[in-house]
Ligand binder design. Sequence first.
Ligand code: TPP
Length: 530
Amino acid sequence: MRKAMTCAEATVRLLERYGVSTVFGIPGVHTLDFCRGLDQGVRHIQARNEQGAGFMAEGWARATGEPGVALVISGPGVTNASTPLGQAYADSLPMLLISADAASNTIGKGWGVLHEITDQTQMTKPLTGFSATARCAQDVPELLARAFTLFASQRPRPVHISIPIDVQAEQVDEDWQPVTLPGRPKADPEDIAKAASWLKGASSPLIMVGGGACDAGAALSDIAERTGAIVIASTAGKGIIPDDHPLSLSASTVRPEVLRILPEADVILAVGTELSETDSFVERMNLNGRMIRIDIDPSKINDFYLADLGIVADAQSTLQALCVALDDYRATGVEAAKERTRVIRSEIRQGLSVSERQHAAVLDALVEVAPADIIWSGDACQLVYTGAFAVPMRVPRKWFYPAGYCALGNALPNAIGARLARPETPVAVLVGDGGFMFTMPELLTAAELKLPIPIIIWENGGLKQIQDDMDQRQISRVGVEGANPDFVALARACHAHAVDVDTHEALQAAFVEALQADRPTVIVCHEDQN
Ligand SMILES: Cc1ncc(C[n+]2csc(CCOP(=O)(O)OP(=O)(O)O)c2C)c(N)n1
């Protein structure tokens, strides 16, 4: 039987029908109508700041590929959540931000009403696939249909839907149903045949893989093994081909040992990757070979590294078709390519700086005792920069390091979102002492939810990467040596366990214990002691 309810309640029901089980947020007077519909089929998780809520939704999407949802008030709720929007945009993640907006008759007038942004939709436009305001209740199912269609069939991007308070309160007949979602575009068989013939004719092929190919790992491994292509991942593509695969160089375009070999490639197959500057930190990589780009986003085919063959299609189905087109081909150079990969890997290890060696040793100690299926939720800190190529991942969606937008503070709330999305999967945080402070209050959220997350704070005396950058350019240090709190006392005050460690053995013991604990554990690992 149809039931009359408010538009806000009906929105929650419709989200549930699209498969949403959890929303992250902080209620306010502008979202009270939503609250009536929450914690029945859809669970509400209270964050401590909307930036945390947004990062939790983003962590959900990172771990699953499914949309993570945040629900916030208008104005400050939206501005606080806009950093995670930027991060989800940069990493092509399906995140849905639903917010209130001021009453329709006030929008754009600048009357000074509560939580006012005169044009909220315009504010989030550059951070989203689309941002729109519901002008009446019936707009909501249409806007949600657009959002879920984008997530399912295009390059995933965050979406922001604003629902003014008067629209939220409208009475509707609750019969809103999800639309049938379209699939992703398929490749033209002629292009597949051409790509296969180029790969068969290559003497030193190279595969560059990004987060857009997360579901294409099996086909990609098969293509690498048959063509002898060395595989390099972006940070978002790490683990799609197991890092210990004999043809994998992991996420290593930051390494000079790897940048050096790029010009040797005569055919490059770039799949689901922007080939962005933040994976190599060089202005332009030296890629001279014939370039095949497979991407669901047409704007990525010829943007910076022009394609000789551009295929606008879904990565998984395209690579599966490419496997079929390669037929029983097996290149003669496969063993030589494996040997080359082995040599480059060992050059990378030998080429590490003193501090990278220290990071690698700490990470090795953690990996030795970590469960194989763990998710590492990393912040922008030096330990994680080294981990991008030094931590061996065997599956995608388990190494979080948002190198693109690179907003400090993602790691802890990302981990909370990931753990709630994947309750059976262990999740650990790797974060710098500076980055941790950006979203530290979410430790309370993790403690309240009793999440057994080890949080390794790499304590190196402040904003070390920027200290190093200043030292290198002979700039006197400014703004990078601010005081840290007593992390152990702070964590305990937030109802978490906490410990300082000064040896790898102590770190390993604390880590193993933390994974079994009844709440999160902050493990402070001092650079000058470990
Ligand atoms: C929101 C935000 N503000 C500033 C920066 C610039 N930034 C990049 S790395 C860094 C230092 C981070 O310090 P910490 O988290 O302690 O890690 P460390 O470099 O010391 O390992 C800063 C300030 C940033 N990436 N994001």
